[in-house]
Design a binder for this molecule. Structure first.
Ligand code: OAD
Length: 250
């Protein structure tokens, strides 16, 4: 019985043309996360925050999954028990064919728009063609770039459905990860394209591989997780992952 956990970060989408956060062309090299990705930033200047998220949505819509996303989707389809925990808010894992039931987006979903006050939540159409033809009122408004959308239920400001600095991780998603880890350990854990900045990423990787499972890190650079890895692959994800997956499923 092969049980696998894959954890991904921005590096996996880098080769689809989506900037990372901390890399040399990363968002946080030129932009201040405090001004764009905190509840305080949204309270101060919601229009600026929305503008940044709209630009990112559009960039993601225009992007295509790369060989790394495809390899992970293939692995998901070919393993007995599989979970992907991604820190990415894009939908490229999904568009590569990985089932939503096998995916946890631990930092949220950029295509979700939710109310900053009540429980209203909706997921917008993703492809630019679908958005242009059938987009929801909110999405249409966003595409025209008009201000900040408001909740149709309670009139509070709507916000992107992502986790900002200083906010807790979404409870349901965290539970799904915990449940997967508690049920059994994994034979293989792959951590790809993340600086592993957050303690929970390292914790999950170590707990999942606790009973002698392989811990493979795919990252051109060293991270705090590197010293725990049983195998280091210092190559871009779109090169490394297809090879690793081929070895695992053949
Ligand atoms: P980072 O930008 O911190 O790290 C990207 C990692 O990908 C780095 O370790 C790079 O060395 C590596 N990398 C770059 N290109 C790669 C490639 N082609 N193949 C493989 N690896 C490559 O991104 P994350 O670790 O995902 O949070 O960042 C974690 C979180 O911090 C994000 O989810 C976001 C950010 O603030 C929230 O928005 C809550």
């Amino acid at each position: 019985m092969v049980r696998v956990l894959v954890i991904t970060g921005a590096g996996v989408s880098a080769e689809s043309g989506i900037p990372t956060f901390r890399g040399k062309d990363g968002y946080w090299r030129n932009l201040d996360p405090i001004k764009l990705a905190t509840p305080e930033a949204f309270a101060r200047d919601p229009e600026l925050v929305w503008q940044w998220y709209r630009e990112r949505r559009q960039r993601i819509r225009d992007a295509q999954p790369n060989a790394a996303h495809e390899a992970i989707a293939r692995l998901g389809q070919r393993t007995d028990e599989f979970l992907l925990v991604t820190q990415n808010v894009d939908d490229l894992h999904e568009r590569a064919g990985l089932a939503k039931t096998e995916t946890v987006q631990i930092h949220g979903d950029i295509f979700v728009t939710k109310c900053s006050r009540c429980d209203f939540k909706q997921r917008d159409y993703r492809s630019s063609v679908a958005a242009a033809n059938y987009g929801t009122a909110i999405e249409q408004e966003e595409m025209r770039g008009n201000g900040v959308p408001r909740c149709t239920k309670c009139d509070a400001l709507l916000r992107p459905g992502v986790v900002w600095f200083g906010e807790p991780l979404p409870a349901r998603e965290t539970e799904r990860v915990e449940h997967y880890l508690q049920r059994d350990s994994c034979r293989v854990v792959i951590v790809a394209g993340t600086t592993a900045t957050f303690g929970y990423i390292i914790d999950w990787a170590l707990r999942a591989s606790r009973r002698g499972g392989e811990l493979i890190e795919v990252n051109p650079e060293e991270t705090p997780l590197s010293r725990f890895a049983t195998r280091l692959v210092r190559k871009p994800a779109a090169v490394a992952l297809p090879r690793i997956v081929d070895q695992m499923i053949n």
